[in-house]
Structure formats: C-alpha cells, structure tokens
Design a protein. Structure first.
Length: 359
C-alpha cells in the first residue's frame, strides 16, 4: 500500500513539475515577446535601425541627393558612398530639444562637433501590448563643410589651384567676361581686358582652393576683386596718374561746383587737361549752363585714393578712384566722399582726360 501511495505521489509531483515547466515556458515566451515589443517601441531602437540600414545597406534618398550634387565619376561615387557610411557609423548622436512629445529629432555630429545630418522620428499608433512605435519622417544632410567648390572669375593669365594641383583649361566654363568697372568703355574702346570663369566641384576632400596671379603668387581673398585685377599699371605710370588726378580735381571741382560763383575762371585750366573734340569736352561745356546755381564758398580736397590704374595699351590708361572733400557753403561745412573714373590718353608724353564717369 505504501508503494502505491509513493507511486501516485511521484506521478503527481511529476505532473505538477511538467505543468509548472510548461506554464513557466509559456510565461517566458510571453515575457520575451513583451520585452521585444517594448524594445521595438523605443525611439532609439528605431533610430539605430535606420542608421544601421544606411551603414550596412543602402543610403537613404536624402543622402543620395546630397551625394548626387557632388562632381564625381563612377569610381568616385562608390568612394563617396563608403565615406558617407563611415561618417554615419562614427557619428556621435545627440538628441535635439523639441516641443512636440510625439516627435524626436537627433543630430549626427562629427569629431569636430559639426552636425552633418538630422533625423526626425514620429510616434506611430499603439500596437501590440499597447506600445507605440517610431518611424523616420524627415532627414537632412549637410556636406558643405566637407566639400570644395570653386566658381571664380579671374583674369585670363591667372590660375586656380586645388590642394596644390593647378586646374587646366577644361575647368574654364566661360571666356571674355567683361569687367563691371570697365562697362562704360565697352562702346568706346575695343579689346578691353576680360576675365574667365573657372568652375570646379563640389567634391569631397579636394583641399584648399588658391587663386594665383600671372607670376604664380597667391592672391589673398580680400584682394580677389576687380580693382586689384585691373591695377596693372607700373609704379612709374601710377605715380604719373596720381599726379594728374590730383591736378585735375584741383581745377575740375571748383569749375563744377562754381566755387564762389567764379567757376568759369577754372574752365581754361580744365580745358587744357582734356582731349578736345570728344565726349568729355561736350559734357564740360554742358556743365556751364548750371554754374550760376552753385553756392560753394570754399572747397578743400582732403584725400585722393586710387583703387586701380590700368594700362590699356596704346597710350591709354584707366583709373578708378575716390576723393574726400570738405565744402563750405551757406550752412556748416560738410565732408563727403565721391568716386570718379577717368580714361586717360597720353599724347607726346603728356596725359589728358579722354572720358570721365562719375559715380
């Protein structure tokens, strides 16, 4: 009898253990599913899944668009994609503050602290176990700090270097571009200096762009201007031009402003400094009609600054300059700065004004 009781007890215990094990296994499966659903509902899980697909599979449309703007051949395109995937893989991820609790935005930062991409995720409707998931709804990519791009209008005898490598003529996209400063002369003179346009990039990691002058010297960014490019006259000619401009202003300004109502007294001096029979003579004679309306009692030329002196060849020079004057009239004295452009012509060793443009 005791043997039967023990046998029944053992069988019951075995059944109990088996039932408990089955219930525990079922509970474990359910718990694992719960944990999996919870893990999938986390925004960081959705974000890392998105980034893993980019680094280990296919880049997103936004990345494709950003890389597609780069100048690259087929081999460079593959290298650019690998570069982008490596950039994403090594990025530091930081959450960006937003006011919408159903949206999260994360920035991808490089080793220098630059945010080259942002990913915005939005919460989805609740699903299994009552958890809401997340999906990527927006992404932006900024590759500008990593790219080199050049679009430069420079004199035809200048050149461009990228990372120490000189660009050849294949990168010249336009020729014979006029100088804005010289436009007033376009209908008057032929064969004016022109520029060319270099176009390069954007490309990844090409190095620093450098503009070189005709002698191979680096042109600083602040000097990459039309005034600098057109400042081609020799030191001796520049000194002659500066002397002419100062003497010209000393007689032209009193004439134009009808100083003390005696502007005509300066006409002969002005007339001796211009090319006769041309446009400048006609304009000066027209100015005589307005002389009686001047009210300048005293005029002082405080400074004259030549921004460029260009040797146009054939004995012609162009200069663009500013001058600062103080005038005394019926009220308190005033100081003003003006600009003037002169086309000068040399005849028998003497400079004369051939054209004048005020600005």
């Amino acid at each position: 009898m005791q043997t039967k009781k023990k046998s029944r007890f053992g069988l019951g215990l075995l059944i109990y253990v088996l039932v408990f094990a089955l219930l525990a296994a079922a509970a474990l499966v359910v718990f694992r599913q719960y944990l999996a659903a919870y893990e999938e509902s986390r925004v960081t899980t959705a974000l890392h899944s998105h980034l893993d697909r980019c680094t280990d599979g296919t880049l997103t449309y936004q990345w494709g668009t950003a890389l597609g703007k780069l100048s690259a051949d087929r081999s460079e395109e593959d290298a650019n994609r690998k570069w982008a995937q490596e950039k994403i893989r090594n990025a530091t991820i930081r959450e960006q503050i937003t006011s919408n609790s159903s949206e999260k935005t994360y920035g991808l930062y490089d080793e220098n602290g630059f945010c080259f991409s942002t990913v915005t995720l939005q919460q989805t409707e609740k699903g299994r176990w009552g958890f809401a998931g997340w999906k990527v709804v927006d992404e932006s990519v900024d590759l500008e700090p990593y790219t080199t791009e050049v679009s430069a209008e420079i004199p035809s005898d200048y050149s461009v270097e990228i990372g120490g490598k000189k660009l050849d003529w294949n990168y010249i996209t336009e020729k014979n571009l006029p100088y804005e400063i010289l436009k007033p002369l376009e209908d008057y003179l032929k064969d004016l200096p022109t520029k060319v346009r270099y176009q390069y990039g954007p490309v990844l990691g090409a190095g620093e762009a450098t503009i070189l002058d005709s002698k191979g010297q680096t042109v600083p960014e602040e000097l990459q201007t039309e005034h600098h490019y057109l400042d081609t006259a020799s030191a001796a000619d520049r000194a002659r031009i500066k002397d002419f401009v100062e003497r010209y202003l000393e007689v032209y300004l009193p004439f134009a402003d009808d100083l003390e109502h005696r502007g005509m007294g300066y006409f002969d001096a002005v007339y001796q400094m211009i090319i006769h029979g041309g446009e400048i003579e006609r304009r000066i004679r027209q100015a005589i009609d307005g002389l009686e309306y001047g009210n300048v009692l005293k005029l002082e030329i405080l400074s004259v600054d030549l921004d460029c002196c260009t040797d146009l060849g054939g004995g012609r020079f162009f200069t663009d300059f500013s001058y600062h004057i103080r005038t005394y009239g019926l009220t308190d004295p005033t100081e003003e700065t003006y600009r003037m452009r002169l086309l000068l012509k040399e005849e028998y060793g003497t400079l004369y004004a051939e054209q004048m443009y005020l600005s």
